[in-house]
Design a protein around this ligand. Sequence first.
Ligand code: TXA
Ligand code: MG
Length: 321
Amino acid sequence: MSGMVRNACGSALAEAAEHLRAGRLVAFPTETVYGLGADATNGEAVARIFAAKGRPRFNPLIVHVASLEAARRIGVFSAGAEELARTYWPGPLTLVVERHPDCPVSDLVSAGLPTIAIRVPANRIAAELLKATDRPLAAPSANRSGHVSATEAAHVAADLGGSVAMILDGGATRHGLESTILDVSKDEAVLLRPGAIPKEDLEAHLGRPLHKAANNEAAPSSPGQLESHYAPRALLRLNAASVDDREALLAFGANVPQTAGLTINLSPTGDLIEAAARLFSALRTLDASGAATIAVTPIPMTGLGAAINDRLARAAAPRGN
Ligand code: TXA
Ligand code: MG
């Protein structure tokens, strides 16, 4: 891909929307930092975000929408969440809410969690892009994993120029700091990540102190370390060469052991992007089959294979810790 930096005029925005609707990646400015955007309803497009960033694991992404009305189609808003959204949107506040039962967003976006992180960005270019694309956009900060967030189009080009279809240039971002993330999916609002809206502002608005996430949750120093990932009920048996008929089978590639049990092949052609896109729904379906064990055939460690294997290893790890 060309990774062209374009001044965000009308025709560039229309082309960017076309790219996104076709499953390609587009980097765009928000009022916080530049985002690496993909159609959140397209699992393979979302998998490309992780491949482009070189993230060693699947941590959940923020979904950007044009309005509170659009947000209500993907998440469940309590009265408290609704009030915060009305006060701070559009703006740099991300709200974690329960996924709507009919949420069309790929489960790779929320890393299999029952919740979803949503915000309505205030940046004009981001707002116009969302309107033109007419899809929710998953967008982490537009930098390679481990690098600092990009606050100018040139930073994005240096880090990700080879993997995006287009970079929309909107100049330097206003805040230069990520959005504040508030989990409002339970009764108590919990601050998951400090950000562009100061904690004190939110506390003054709410009239009470905010609970802070425990260290092993979405701490800013380790945003990928969320421990509340979806854990299957069944045990996972990794690197299986053969399968017992009582086991369910999660397979990859062309050489699949034969079994009478339920089998899902993540990608018969051995495509890791396709496999990543299907991973969470496959785990859920196999788990729901009632099998006590899910056997998993070997998956290569190259590219997105590292993140897929990381996720499977966590699901296979001993429980209760
Ligand atoms: O300012 C921002 O928020 C930027 C711009 C581009 O909007 N985006 C951003 O996204 O910082 P990202 O992917 O770098 O940060 C996403 C973080 C995750 O690491 C996680 O901490 C939290 O959001 N997150 C996402 N979904 C979550 C969920 N369902 N539950 C808890 N935390 C979640
Ligand atoms: Mg980031």
